[in-house]
Design a protein. Structure first.
Length: 245
């Protein structure tokens, strides 16, 4: 993790220097991610900001426009699926996008110090962490070692799925994504405050491994998806509307 970029000790995030094109508003940041995912899905990526010139340009400071709290799954590489490059995304990944103290601290750093306007929780179909938690709950056995911490962090989502009558793995994944969005906001008053002020948004997205497309499943504030997804979303024909939490 680099230092604060160009803020030079000033108290608030400064985004007027460095890359002038970095989206500084939640709606623009969200639209940028959706557009990049569409390019990836269509097989027409631009691979922006991956050249040597840009590498040198961002060496003195970073101005990412989105935080990605994603599952560690090797098929979920954020810069690839959103067609972005160096300095664009502040990525925090754990198995099953579980959000413990270090994850929360990393998100707060990005949002408050770097001034990032968008936090994305990125889950995916057939998630192994969710499957492991499901098997653990079904058999009543806890995994050995620290894997137990991952399973424990997913279990509340399993209980919620059960209470809502959801039994299929991908339905449970969607609930776990929404649950992680709620965890971030519930456990981080800092993040919740930034969202309440309209300076930041939190979006839960579900990624489909085979298709490569993301779909919003939880959006805070709700208006963000209403503004940006109807025409340009990779899965705009999906009848399932994103839930708000
Ligand atoms: Zn996963």
């Amino acid at each position: 993790m680099s230092h604060t970029g160009s803020s030079g000790g000033q108290p608030g995030p400064q985004r007027t220097t460095g890359r002038a094109t970095a989206p500084s508003e939640p709606t623009r940041a969200y639209a940028e991610l959706v557009a990049g995912n569409r390019r990836f899905v269509d097989g027409a990526p631009r691979h922006p900001n991956q050249d040597a010139g840009h590498r040198a340009a961002v060496a003195d400071g970073q101005h990412p426009f989105a935080v990605i709290v994603g599952c560690s799954d090797s098929r979920l590489a954020a810069e690839i699926i959103f067609d972005r490059g160096l300095g664009d995304l502040f990525v925090v990944r754990t198995a099953g996008h579980t959000a413990g103290p270090e994850v929360l601290g990393s998100v707060e750093y990005a949002v408050t110090v770097l001034g990032v306007p968008l936090v994305v929780v990125l889950g995916h179909d057939s998630c192994g962490a969710v499957q492991a938690a499901r098997e653990s709950a079904a058999t009543g056995t806890a995994p050995s070692g620290h894997l137990g911490a991952v399973v424990d962090a997913v279990l509340p989502s399993l209980r919620r799925a059960t209470s809502e009558g959801v039994d299929d793995i991908d339905g449970i994944v969607d609930i776990h994504i929404a649950q992680t969005v709620e965890t971030l906001l519930g456990q981080s008053p800092v993040l919740a405050g930034e969202v309440a002020r309209g300076r930041c948004a939190v979006v839960g997205m579900s990624y489909r491994l085979a298709a490569g497309a993301v779909r919003p499943v939880a959006v805070v504030p709700a208006g963000l998806a209403t503004l940006e997804t109807p025409a340009g979303s990779p899965e705009s024909t999906d009848p399932a509307a994103p839930a708000t939490v």
